[in-house]
Design a protein around this ligand. Structure first.
Ligand code: FMN
Length: 240
């Protein structure tokens, strides 16, 4: 047996590697912003970086709608507040009380954020994706295969890192999604099949949150080593 690898002790191979690792390590979800506008060209640069992400068959299934004027940010925030209130008032049995309470508690970054990005993806109607999903199911896998959603997630991560690199900060929010979906498409005259999958607040940071707990690498990383077991050499079989 070889010694466990200590990747965190490994030297970066290049200066760019060092800088990038530091950027990824120090990125934080920032939820309190300075009262300072973000130049539109800078926001556009971040979105440009988002759209450099890899995508399934290079489909680039994303669309970004950005509010960077106070009146538009307020309009989105208030739409969201009304959406939460509407669901709350129709929840007679208080079944959603805890969920709504949680969502309300976490809306504050969107109230003070100078930029709000609505990130949409177009679900894939492609035959190949359907075939892959069917193949998953046939193999006993119940996980829904959603490559275009994964693709949007990759683009959003580019956006978050680019914001951090440019001295800005950002936070991805999924809490607001159920309260904006559909209605925002109608108001923006977007096709109903374009799915809102991320709301991202961006601004200059006005807080320094604690570094959240981070699962140790040893718990999430495993290198395969040693002789390959017999079972691996057999023909793959369906799940029992
Ligand atoms: C898919 C996704 C959804 C998230 N939704 C929310 C959200 O609704 N509200 C929020 O304040 N943060 C949200 N976050 C941010 C996480 O809370 C945050 O990434 C996590 O606590 C780790 O902190 P860090 O980003 O500073 O490393 C979300 C992050 C992801 C990736």
């Amino acid at each position: 047996m070889s010694e466990p690898v200590q990747p965190l002790q490994a030297e970066a191979q290049t200066e760019a590697g060092d800088a990038f690792f530091e950027l990824a390590r120090t990125r934080r979800s920032i939820r309190v912003y300075a009262e300072r506008l973000v130049p539109r060209a800078l926001t556009a640069r971040l979105i440009d970086c988002a759209t450099r992400a890899p995508s399934n068959f290079n489909r680039q299934p994303w669309q970004f709608v950005v509010a960077d004027e106070p009146s538009w940010c307020k309009a989105i925030y208030e739409l969201l507040e009304r959406g939460v209130a509407r669901v709350g008032s129709s929840d007679k049995a208080d079944e959603l009380f805890h969920l709504l309470d949680h969502v309300r508690t976490w809306l504050y970054p969107l109230r003070s954020s100078p930029v709000i990005v609505l990130a949409f993806y177009k679900p894939s109607p492609e035959r190949l994706d359907q075939m892959l999903s069917s193949a998953n199911e046939a193999a006993g896998d119940v996980t829904h295969y959603n490559p275009n959603l994964i693709t949007l997630g990759m683009a959003i991560q580019n956006l978050l890192l680019a914001a951090h690199a440019e001295g800005l900060s950002a936070c991805m929010h999924s809490g607001p999604l159920p309260f904006l979906r559909g209605v925002v498409n109608r108001l923006l005259h977007l096709p109903p099949n374009l799915q809102l999958a991320g709301v991202i607040s961006i601004g200059y940071p006005a807080e320094q949150p604690q570094v959240p707990p981070h699962r140790e690498l040893e718990k999430v990383l495993r290198f395969l080593e040693g002789p390959v077991p017999e079972a691996w050499l057999a023909t793959p079989t369906r799940k029992e």
